[in-house]
Ligand binder design. Structure first.
Ligand code: DCP
Ligand code: MG
Length: 427
């Protein structure tokens, strides 16, 4: 686009402006939202630290806890050795309370709700958003800013996330997806790094090779055998040698190290569900206010379904009551339909169960989607709350703690990611 290209830069990497957004120590940041006293403290979120339990892993650690060597995926026993629990240190003369930290269990329902708030800001700031995980997304911002103002654009995005969600995000802006990811990681936490077209290689030159997208610790060690220590070494390596050793992937990391990455930011595939939710400024028990909100969410979700040529068979609501109790209720219809009035009616009917509750947030979702044949799906973005509709229907009388049900996502890419996250289940 005009003005997006600096004079003297090659055209092949100047076409796209990509932002990569990744929240800082995300689960820990969420815990701090509801427990502000944890701010500035070493904080570990994970499983298996409670008395009598010793199996589990760290999901994340605050930056203060990382100073003690505690980090994601570490066995909880090792984390406790490096950073004992405050609560244990108080009673144990051998432990120093000042060198101890706080531990909190994983609460996916809450993190998903925070993530949803942050994602709605991302979708508001860019038309094309590729959500990669609960705390990470790529944005195509070519149409939203120009290189000259990219830093201010990213700053205002960061400020908005911090002001309205209360967590900090690190943002990287670059001409390619792989470079944007490196940029967001470069100055964490609270980072903001812009790599302009033509600067990728010089920016990468001295970075350790494992910073290159696609290079994990194993590949880095193998590259070390070839005396390739930095991204600059990789960019200057013989591509034939890389291809011999690593196959097609060798060429891919070679290109990434050189700043070559032709991937465009695209939203992910067909949504499994469409939902919208909205928080009240303060928890309310005003029935008409809650019903009005549900009505407008229902109509917005039905509109979106229609715009995507999606028929739905399941309609559900989500209700969040103070402090952060999340409930979902669903009703399935005999067949797929496109009937906005029914979405509203069913949502309001499901809401009646919560007539005596104070409510801080409500959501409406349609799922069990089918698409009219030949139509292109999800043109305007990917919805992260797709879901297996079965999970939405709790056994009679059981109040679902929505946990993964509302926020979990059937998309392949994300499924892979959570499989790699050792900490969600105890082992
Ligand atoms: N996560 C997990 N198990 C892992 C890695 C991550 O459960 N092995 C969870 C906890 C993290 C969240 O996913 O908070 C996001 O992952 P990130 O890799 O982005 O890590 P953080 O956001 O915690 O920290 P950073 O500031 O480095 O992004
Ligand atoms: Mg993160």
């Amino acid at each position: 686009m005009d003005g997006a290209r600096l004079p003297g830069t090659s055209t092949d990497d100047a076409d796209q402006i990509v932002a990569h957004v990744d929240m800082d120590c995300f689960y820990a940041a969420c815990e701090r939202l509801r427990e502000p006293a944890l701010e500035g403290e070493p904080l570990v979120v994970g499983m298996g630290f409670q008395p009598g339990k010793r199996h589990g892993a760290v999901a994340t650690a605050s930056y203060e806890a990382r100073k003690y060597g505690v980090d994601s995926a570490m066995a909880i026993t090792e984390a406790l050795e490096r950073l004992p629990r405050k609560i244990d240190a108080v009673d144990d003369p051998d432990l120093d309370v000042a060198e101890a930290g706080y531990y909190r269990p994983v609460d996916m329902a809450f993190y998903e709700s925070v993530s949803e708030d942050a994602r709605s800001i991302l979708h508001d700031r860019a038309d094309v958003v590729r959500e990669v995980s609960i705390d990470e997304a790529y944005l195509d911002v070519t149409g939203e800013t120009e290189w000259e103002s990219a830093r201010q654009w990213a700053r205002s995005l960061k400020d908005r996330i911090e002001d309205s969600v209360g967590v900090t995000a690190s943002v990287g802006v670059a001409p390619t997806m792989s470079a944007a990811k490196v940029a967001s990681d470069h100055d964490k936490p609270d980072g903001l790094v812009v790599i302009e077209p033509g600067e990728v290689r010089s920016f990468f030159a001295d970075l350790p090779v494992e910073k290159v997208h696609g290079v994990g610790p194993v590949t880095a060690a193998e590259l070390g055998d070839l005396s390739i220590e930095t991204a600059g070494d990789l960019a200057a390596a013989d591509p034939d040698v890389l291809e011999d050793r690593f196959g097609e992937r060798g060429l891919e990391i070679y290109r990434y190290a050189r700043g070559e990455d032709s991937r465009e930011v695209t939203p992910r595939g067909r949504p499994k569900s469409l939902s919208r939710e909205s928080a009240f400024t303060e928890a309310t028990s005003e029935r008409s206010e809650i019903a009005d909100r549900v009505r407008s969410l229902a109509s917005s979700v039905a509109d979106r379904a229609r715009s995507k040529d999606a028929l739905y068979q399941t309609i559900s609501i989500k209700v969040v009551t103070p402090p952060f109790d999340v409930y979902t209720r669903a009703r399935s219809l005999p067949g797929p339909i496109d009937r906005p009035a029914l979405v509203e009616d069913v949502a309001l009917e499901l809401l009646t169960e919560f007539d005596d509750e104070r409510v801080r947030k409500v959501g409406v979702r349609v799922s069990n989607l089918s698409f009219t044949e030949g139509e292109q799906a999800s043109l305007s973005g990917f919805e992260l709350d797709p879901n297996d509709s079965n999970a939405l229907e709790p056994p009679e009388g059981q109040s679902t703690l929505a946990a993964t049900e509302w926020g979990d996502d059937g998309d392949d890419e994300r499924a892979d990611l959570s499989a790699g996250q050792t900490t969600l289940d105890e082992f």
